[in-house]
Design a protein. Structure first.
Length: 131
């Protein structure tokens, strides 16, 4: 019975652009049914990382999605990698965020998952160019 439910999870990925390396939040439903009323919360709010620095994107990564179909995902811009590197000094804390995803499955059964997104490793990876 658990196999006939949504499984929504988070990850992040790097996307190379003409301006450098962008950090993207990825939300994916790997389950066999749709996820409804998807809500994502963060402490501290990831807006802190976005709005601490100028950006042309400033998209709310915590859009509430009414439905995420099985096998689909969406990506949301978080920040340029150098902004992540500067986060600690500007915000006076490490770039670590506690994330909770809440969503409903079939018959309105509720699910929630908690994650910690720790950007310290990606922000200070010696393989990435530092400007």
């Amino acid at each position: 019975r658990d196999s006939l439910r949504p499984y929504v999870y988070l990850s992040f990925e790097e996307l190379r652009s003409s301006k450098g390396i962008d950090l993207m939040l990825v939300v994916k439903n790997t389950g066999r049914t749709e996820a409804k009323n998807v809500r994502i919360e963060s402490t501290p709010h990831l807006h802190d990382m976005q709005y601490a620095f100028p950006s042309e994107y400033h998209i709310d990564p915590f859009l509430n999605h009414s439905v995420i179909l099985p096998g689909t995902s969406f990506r949301v811009y978080l920040a340029e990698i150098n902004y992540v590197r500067a986060y600690k000094s500007s915000q006076k804390r490490e770039p670590v965020f506690d994330i909770t995803i809440n969503y409903d499955g079939p018959n309105s059964k509720s699910y929630h998952h908690s994650y910690t997104l720790d950007f310290r490793a990606i922000a200070f990876n010696k393989l990435l160019p530092i400007e």
